[in-house]
Design a binder for this molecule. Sequence first.
Ligand code: ZN
Length: 88
Amino acid sequence: MRQRRFVGRALSLEALIPAMAKETCDGCGEQVKIAGGIANLWTLEHDATGGMTLEFDSDGTEHFLCFDCIERLPDDPNAEDVAALRES
Ligand SMILES: [Zn+2]
């Protein structure tokens, strides 16, 4: 998560994809931009994508979360931690 990778080709490919998809963050309920399609695999830059889907090891649940909420999750989070994000 904290590592930033720069992939030159991904940036130019980004320009070919005009439509940015939007997802609703499971934590704060914000609408979050996500890069569509294959570009998402290459660019995990915060600029290109505002969040990502995580599968928690602890309980196997999947949640789409913005990076702000991901930052606020404790180590080894579970579904209850996501629910708690909304209340704080
Ligand atoms: Zn959020």
